[in-house]
Design a binder for this molecule. Sequence first.
Ligand SMILES: Nc1nc2c(c(=O)[nH]1)N=C([C@H](O)[C@H](O)COP(=O)(O)OP(=O)(O)OP(=O)(O)O)CN2
Ligand SMILES: [Zn+2]
Length: 118
Amino acid sequence: MEIYKEFSFDSAHFLPNVPDGHKCKNMHGHTYRLRVFIKGPIDPQLGWIMDFKELKDALSGVIDQLDHQLINDIKGLENPTAENITSWIWTQIKPLLPLLFKIELYETPTTGVIYYGD
Ligand SMILES: Nc1nc2c(c(=O)[nH]1)N=C([C@H](O)[C@H](O)COP(=O)(O)OP(=O)(O)OP(=O)(O)O)CN2
Ligand SMILES: [Zn+2]
């Protein structure tokens, strides 16, 4: 069984490595939606895989770093494509969430990334 929690953050970014004239070279913003999935056995006593509250707490540091920020300013996110942001989030939270299974990051209502780790 899997459980998930959804988060949202509003951030600015630009993509420095796209060709001149590409619209994403200009600074612009997104309301990102992030879903973090945990997979594991149900604790027979508690009846859950993990407390949603614990999941929320594990993401708070990452969300604080991203929300209302220019993502390009974050170390390791100088080229903040959705793919790179997803990979960066995984690296940040995996040590806190051993049962981490999947991350979905939606950059717009119609585009996103699904990542299962390396
Ligand atoms: N594989 C990727 N492609 C693109 C990324 C990315 O991170 N990975 N990022 C962008 C830009 O950040 C852009 O803001 C989003 O692009 P796009 O989907 O074209 O955005 P629109 O809202 O303009 O989409 P429409 O469907 O045309 O309204 C670009 N590509
Ligand atoms: Zn963008």
